[in-house]
Design a protein around this ligand. Sequence first.
Ligand SMILES: Nc1nc2c(ncn2[C@@H]2O[C@H](COP(=O)(O)OP(=O)(O)OP(=O)(O)O)[C@@H](O)[C@H]2O)c(=O)[nH]1
Ligand SMILES: [Mg+2]
Length: 120
Amino acid sequence: MTSKASTPDSEISAPEDNCYRLVVLGSPKVGKTAIVSRFLTGKFDDGYTPTIEDFHRKIYKIKGQVYQLDILDTSGNNPFPAIHKLSILTGELVVCFPLDKHAFTIFCESVDPCIKAGKH
Ligand SMILES: Nc1nc2c(ncn2[C@@H]2O[C@H](COP(=O)(O)OP(=O)(O)OP(=O)(O)O)[C@@H](O)[C@H]2O)c(=O)[nH]1
Ligand SMILES: [Mg+2]
């Protein structure tokens, strides 16, 4: 259970061990932004605006500890595979929606070095 912080989230910092980065990947229009928005606001918006790249930060206070969750909502239509690879490499947690063949190839190429480096 989380408790409300009286200080604005932007002024609270969590210890490094309590910081997590979630990268949301998937093909275009599969509902990545909708589920992130639902998670953050509890609301569902049936409009569609293609994402370029959106970053969200949430601070939680759980049992007296401060935790930071960064969420990177990526574009399903990223024309720059290198940026996509970087996004995958920077995440500790990756949520993956259905990927088309091209996106799946980029994903495999990106996770391979992570696995070899012992990052998961
Ligand atoms: N009915 C229904 N529509 C959904 C659902 N999830 C997403 N949508 C709709 O599908 C469309 C695309 O959703 P987005 O979340 O913007 O898709 P996206 O994966 O972020 O797309 P890109 O940013 O282009 O990669 C929007 O019109 C959403 O409202 C769902 O669970 N049910
Ligand atoms: Mg989106």
